[in-house]
Design a protein around this ligand. Structure first.
Ligand code: NAD
Ligand code: GDD
Length: 326
């Protein structure tokens, strides 16, 4: 791993990483994509990238991974939707080793720019108790009361980026992603988030002819969901900008989970009988992205309508479901 590369994508075998590697290659960049998973488990394996299997929580691997690199997108984390993060708090917090060693190694190696993928899970729980939620502004992360486990790791690691910038003059950039969805993401197995999970359940109803589906919670909890193309655009925009302040990167199109299901049913052309599982993992009651700051700094915000993004996501998930039934 000693040859020069424009960009390192840590977590390149994952959902957002796989899309980002593809986009950077299409722009003519040289890319080193690193993930802990064996290659056959990568969501997208781009042959034109330098694909490396390594555990970046180990400092030596992080150092080797960023060697001769100009920029680093740090997307590696042990994470998932509510079903995973509510039951794996210790595992989520262990990603602090990956976040710390990657930041340390990138700084030591003289990397020019470093991007860290933080999360809306850094926001204080007491600001997310109502489905008709007031959208979250960046300052709502403090006083700190983030999502237990996963959110604490994200808040600590984004703050470390700030101190590397302040103390060492290292150029760090932080985006707080709000629930990102799209094709080539986790759609089954326990780590999937609501958009992919609902697409899978509705697709399975279509394929099996049994139109009964389970929904976690009462369906009245609310979220906003950002399509992957907006995420890719915003991520690169934030990486290359002058501002180093953590900024929301999310859609402000607020829907309840029931409305999310309505849209997927509309796309699939069926109506399902819903059973609400009130003891399933639910997370916060309501969450939306306040986009004043991103508009103010960048004159842009995610805008792909949920219906448009879900049409593409449903088509992809439907294909996976069909294949798994063959
Ligand atoms: P993902 O799980 O699909 O991808 C993360 C990748 O990191 C996985 O492929 C995993 O194998 C890899 N990884 C984990 N530990 C590693 C290690 N020690 N060394 C090397 N690779 C390791 O997740 P994603 O949806 O693509 O998310 C990317 C980043 O964005 C993560 O940091 C995540 O916390 C953050 N984020 C995502 C969302 C979302 O809705 N997708 C929301 C908020 C924040
Ligand atoms: N995952 C999932 N699966 N969620 C479901 C389902 C289902 O089948 N049915 C209903 N839900 C509900 C959950 O109970 C929750 O209230 C809501 O849909 C959203 O769940 P997720 O998409 O799993 O997670 P989240 O929005 O609470 O948090 C996610 O987004 C954060 C960023 O905004 C997580 O992926 C975090 O890791 C991420 O940082």
């Amino acid at each position: 791993m000693s040859k020069q590369t424009d960009v390192v994508v840590a977590g390149g075998g994952g959902f957002i990483g796989g899309h980002l590697v593809g986009e950077l290659l299409a722009q003519g960049k040289t890319v080193r994509s690193i993930d802990i998973k064996p290659p056959h488990e990568w969501y997208q394996l781009h042959q034109d990238a330098e694909n490396v299997v390594a555990d970046l929580s180990l400092l030596d691997n992080a150092r080797a991974g960023v060697q001769e690199a100009r920029q680093v997108y740090m997307l590696a984390a042990d994470m998932g939707g509510m079903g995973f993060i509510e039951n794996n708090k210790a595992a989520c917090m262990m990603s602090v080793l990956t976040s710390t060693h990657m930041l340390q190694a990138a700084h030591e190696a003289g990397v020019e720019r470093y991007f860290y993928s933080s999360s809306a899970c850094v926001y204080a729980a007491d600001k997310q108790t109502d489905p008709n939620v007031t959208a979250l502004k960046e300052q709502d992360a403090y006083p700190a009361q983030p999502e237990d486990g996963y959110g604490w790791e994200k808040l600590f690691s984004e703050r470390m980026c700030r101190h590397y910038a302040e103390d060492y003059g290292f150029t760090t950039r932080v985006a707080r992603y709000h629930n990102v969805y799209g094709p080539h993401g986790t759609w089954t197995g326990g780590r999937e988030k609501a958009p992919a999970a609902v697409c899978r359940k509705v697709a399975e109803a279509v394929v099996s002819g049994d139109h009964r589906i389970d929904i976690w919670g009462d369906g009245q909890q609310s979220r906003s969901f950002m399509y992957i193309d907006d995420c890719l655009h915003g991520t690169q925009m934030i990486m290359h900008a002058d501002s180093g302040v953590p900024v929301n990167l999310g859609s402000s199109e607020l829907v309840t989970i029931n409305q999310l299901v309505d849209i997927v049913e509309q796309i699939a052309g069926i109506r399902c009988e819903r059973t609400y599982q009130l003891d399933a993992p639910q997370g916060v009651r309501g969450r939306n992205s306040d986009n004043d700051l991103i508009r103010e700094i960048y004159g842009w915000e995610p805008s792909i309508p949920l219906l448009d993004g879900l049409e593409k996501t449903y088509a992809w998930v439907y294909d996976q479901v069909k294949r798994s039934h063959q």
